[in-house]
Design a protein around this ligand. Sequence first.
Ligand code: SF4
Length: 338
Amino acid sequence: MTRTLEAAEKMGIPFKAQEKFIDPDRCKMGCDWCMLGCPEGARWTTREYVDEAVAYGADLLHSTKVEKVILTDNKSRVLGVGLADGSIIRGDNIILAAGGIGSPALLLRSGIKRLGSQDVGTNFSMDPMNIILGFSKDSDGGMWGVQTFTHAIESLADSEGFLIGNCAALGTYMVNSSFRLNSALKTWYRGPIIKRGIGLFVKLSDEPHGVIQANEKTNKPFTELDNKRMDKGTDISKEILISAGADPSSFSILKWAGGHPGGTIAMGKAVNKDFSTEVQGLYVCDGSLMPVSPGVPPSLSIDGMSKLLGKILSGQVKAEQRFVKKKGKRATAAVIIQ
Ligand code: SF4
């Protein structure tokens, strides 16, 4: 890990330590299972809010698939949701939070093809990744026993449209040797030297050119600019890995792995600033709202948006009290709470 950090530093693109949703007192050194669930209960998840809501008396229905939103005949107001088993749960307010693929598909199955100025399910971006795995020439040069995505090169995000982060040996070996045949063929037989694995990922802020269908199938063509940026990020990553001691003949690349689906019911196009829509009682609050591909994990933003919607619905904040301050190419938003 240290060699990778030093290699990038020498290239003038230093890694920065990343903030994590982890309780350091419970996190186990040498573990890399974060993406598969935490055996120690050290990783915070938004599910804790669900437990809190249930403790306050909310009803939580497990394994209950919502098929569509039930609307009045003229589609001007919600009446409830229709479940896959044919039953209906009635409600005056429905908050769609099924994600950048699930939420637009639900609306399409409900007969809502357009909201505001957007065709539902269009404008699809997904923060795709290339995951590059190499193996160190030295027996002690791998990223064994470290966590994935503890560090990232953030300085290229605005200028080049991508982020580069570290991938530890165990997780990257498992991913690159299982998900796609192309990378699996170059990876699986290196199992005996797994501890020498050193990986990096390139996460792209992609152009919104995909579409979601009612059955949740996706169509996501990547543009010339997406390809150009991803190639550049991959080349830089290889250069860092080689400089950190990786054998270039050992590289495998898992290409265009999907990350964070979004943009498909975008705020400012389909959804208003207070998360409401032109359909009375219908709100949206998940990654679908992201107007553009963030190119970074959106979990903190979605968490913040959910809290904001809660405050708006309970009358603590009005949408007009929000202000947005432009900073470079990115915008920062804040809420004024009285
Ligand atoms: S590394 Fe991740 S999975 Fe492992 S104990 Fe820490 S938080 Fe949990």
